[in-house]
Design a protein around this ligand. Sequence first.
Ligand code: GUN
Length: 296
Amino acid sequence: MTTETTYQLLDGKQTSNDIKEELAIEVEKISKSGGTIPHLAAVLVGDDGASETYVNAKVKACEKIGFKSSLYRYPSSIAEDALLSKIEELNNDDSLHGFIVQLPLPDHIDEQKVKEAVSPEKDVDGFHPENVGKMALNLPTFISATPYGIVQLLERYSIETSGKNCVVIGRSHIVGLPMSILMARKAKPGNCTVTVCHSRTQNIKEFTLNADIVIVALGSAEFLTGDMVKDGAVVIDVGITRVKDDSKKSGYRLVGDVKFDEVAPKCSYITPVPGGVGPMTIASLLKNTLQAAKSS
Ligand code: GUN
């Protein structure tokens, strides 16, 4: 029998604003004591609308809290070598503490090469294999912004994870893979029994119905439906897809990987889209940048 619960929204917008306020206070302290102001650079290749929105939001967030920021834009025709040279230049630029290369990149550029070219000390995205390895081993490092944001959301809402069944849907290097490691780590939040479901998983519902926590990072609009979730589950929606909607001024609306209207009434906690995981990603990147500046 299905019982409707009153769910609580995991408000990523509010939580990220709280974190940004905390960071702004730290910047002010640093500034007053004559310390180094954190400086983040972003590299944007091509003119993908979503990437542009994300990068602009990252730069704007830096300005808002008093970080320095730089944006380097290149056409999608940029040669791989030229991009790698720019990365080398940023690695050696002592005026910046961290930088990111926004993904995805055009097909002629090898993303793995790019990730490995970024100096691990400036890799505030946490994508370098050295930093992924440290994260897996629970050593201090930069944790990728989206998974780090989710962990902070769980922490700030005091959601118990220890001993819980957690299903992560998706195994991308940016979200699913690090998320599954973080939830299984001997840490708080963590200590979950984690199952990773992906494109080859047969009957995902069998797994999700047994999950106390479901983290969906597929990029497939409204994939997780009400019949796939057990009562009282915590549901984290990482997806954000633009769906055509003529009633909106922009011509589209944003939809998550979760069929919210069906799933939310069964949940104890759920993230909205927009206003859930997205804003937390930016707050986490800023936290990583402060950490980079402090250890420079
Ligand atoms: N594309 C989607 N998410 C991310 C992210 O967290 N960092 C970068 N660099 N690119 C992304």
